[in-house]
Design a protein around this ligand. Sequence first.
Ligand SMILES: [Fe+2]
Ligand SMILES: [Fe+2]
Length: 319
Amino acid sequence: MGINVDTPPASSRRQAHWEKSSSIRSRPRRVLRGWSPDEHFYPIARQPIALHALVTAKGHDARQRVLLQSLYKFLNDIAFVETRVVNEVALAIANDRLPWPFPADLRADVLTVLIDEGYHAYVAIDFMEQVRRLTGVDPLTLPPTLAIEQAIANALVKLPAELHPALRTIAVCIAENSVTKELIDVHREEGLNETFHAVNSDHMVDEVRHCLIFADVLRHLWSVLTTDQRRAIGVILPDFLGDYLNLSLQKQFDMKILATIGLSAAEIETVIAATHLEQDLATYRNVNPIVDKVVTFLRNCGVLDDQVIRATFAEKQLI
Ligand SMILES: [Fe+2]
Ligand SMILES: [Fe+2]
């Protein structure tokens, strides 16, 4: 008997990685020291309404205000999702409060996620407050909920109560494996505020680690569910995905932003019609790689091994 010191278990390797590279351990507070009217606080590439001719016609300042309000929503969404969605599930796993036991090493990994996400919420609110103070611009009334919260609520009513914790957990596994793509997509953009970029890069580093942890969580959970339980959940995942990726909350907020820069109701309608296309998930799949990314993630975790579940995904043109 003896411990092989050459190959530490995955969890202790992850612990060493977390100690070395997690943002809370390795990054300074990101301080916004100055701000020039030329720079913008949110990537234009991620906010299509900022490029619409009716918006650009309102001038440089109007576009800056559109991007500033978009930043506020982005940061507020982060603070919400981390504390209200991800950490709720992480806490249940870490404390072994789910009906299905999780291995101790995975629970220890999830504990690092809890710390990271709490910190991400803190950083988001801290940065929002710094921007608000420096620019003197307050956020508009921000949405009180998130697409993922709505998607979870819609899915829960289709399941028996004993599967609710499983659905919540799987929802977080999916979210944690799609958020990274979102963050990576924020490329360096000419004129994009450097502090925003730093805040975002710090977050991305942590989320790459979370992807792997939540892939293990999903694989484990899926392996301990019965075939009937898997099917009950698996067949509602395409609709869950549709709700999760639904942009109606963003659309409502975008309409609010457009009103503040002085667009008429008819103009707002024109901008929204051009930037928020009404499309189902199968069509959305053609324009946003996030859909295939999530489906591949589910396949890699064994969710599509079952033929009944696979058939539902095929029917919705997701595979
Ligand atoms: Fe996070
Ligand atoms: Fe995360």
